[in-house]
Design a protein around this ligand. Structure first.
Ligand code: HEC
Ligand code: HEC
Length: 282
């Protein structure tokens, strides 16, 4: 082979080697990036679990199961693998806090730095990732590691005392109220009470609130049931049976996360309207 021929061969070989490298890079780089993103997400979930153990377990329970009268359960099907809308709701609620539906302490604190809270947006994002994708059974072990085993968790602060007016005032006009579902269509006072008293955060009831919470049972056909509640079916589904349940669920189903609604929360007249409306759902 002459010199030119050898040069051409060398050039072609070099070109093919470079092409191969570029091709391999093209094939493996996206995989590498996906792996890096997954790694980043799993460390975010880990950080979220630690933040939850340190800041949230006291009111929402060590495994996110909720504590009656304090924090709602967070280990719900609605939150698990929640879509972008649900995750945005979690981010807003954690940032801006929330008054307690029972009208008593504790309230959900405002956590974001924008609200003079202790957590930055990334930390709140880590919490949202943990609530959406994490493993709740990890929290008790983290609590032990931090020196506060589950048994040593204090009672939620202020549990059961009326919300002081200066605390309530802080929540006026905060973003949290806009996260509440819109008022029901129609003008039935019972339907309005179901929303304003916070039942809708835990219960779905069609047709008025088809996208309510899923912490408690769906109430769309409540009037067709023979007895309530599911875990201890002893009360008849009548105005009085419902009233007994709503006033003091702990008495019938000890440990349930459904809070009690005393007369300071729902007046007797409102209770009549609410139960009458519930009983129209057959
Ligand atoms: C002092 C008690 C307390 C602490 C601490 C607390 N929460 Fe809450 N949280 C509440 C209460 C009370 C509510 C329910 C408000 C209501 O009645 O709608 C709530 C509601 C929520 C909700 C909305 C649930 C829903 O389905 O609407 C989320 C999400 C939440 N908390 C997350 C957290 C996270 C994350 C932390 C830790 C950074 C935390 N909470 C710490 C008391 C607390
Ligand atoms: C923090 C969440 C939560 C809130 C707020 C809440 N509930 Fe419940 N509710 C539950 C849970 C959980 C159960 C299931 C109790 C059981 O079976 O032991 C339940 C059960 C019930 C039942 C019995 C349903 C059945 O099929 O057995 C009725 C009726 C009911 N709730 C009505 C209401 C009304 C009315 C309100 C508002 C005044 C309300 N709930 C607020 C969580 C909640």
């Amino acid at each position: 082979m002459d010199t030119i021929g050898r040069q051409v061969t060398a050039f072609v070989t070099l070109f093919m080697v470079i092409a191969l490298i570029v091709l391999m890079y093209g094939i493996f780089e996206p995989q590498r990036r996906v792996a890096a993103a997954q790694q980043q997400k799993s460390s975010s979930i880990e950080r979220g679990a630690e933040l939850f153990a340190a800041n949230c377990a006291v009111c929402h329970g060590p495994e996110g199961k909720g504590i009656a009268g304090a924090g709602f359960p967070l280990n719900t099907t609605q939150n698990h693998n929640g879509d972008a809308k649900r995750q945005a709701y979690l981010q807003t609620t954690i940032s801006d806090g929330k008054l307690n539906v029972t009208g008593k302490l504790p309230v959900m604190p405002m956590w974001s730095e924008a609200n003079n809270g202790p957590l930055n947006d990334q930390m709140i994002g880590d919490l949202v990732n943990f609530i959406t994708y994490g493993d709740w059974t990890e929290v008790p072990a983290l609590l032990i590691k931090a020196g506060t085993p589950v048994a040593a968790l204090p009672t939620p602060p202020g549990l059961g005392t009326p919300i002081p007016s200066e605390v309530a005032a802080q929540y006026q006009g905060s973003g949290s109220s806009s996260a509440a579902p819109p008022p029901a269509a129609g003008s039935d006072p019972g339907a309005a009470l179901f929303q304003t008293k916070g039942c809708v955060t835990c219960h779905t009831i069609s047709p008025e609130y088809p996208s309510g919470g899923q912490v408690g049972p769906n109430l769309s056909t409540i009037a067709s049931k023979s007895k309530i509640p599911d875990t201890n079916p002893t009360l008849p589904v009548t105005p009085d049976g419902l009233k007994t349940w709503i006033r003091d669920p702990q008495k019938i189903a000890p440990g349930t996360v459904m809070p009690s609604f005393g007369t300071d929360q729902i007046s007797d007249q409102e209770m009549d309207e609410l139960t009458k409306w519930l009983l129209t759902h057959k």
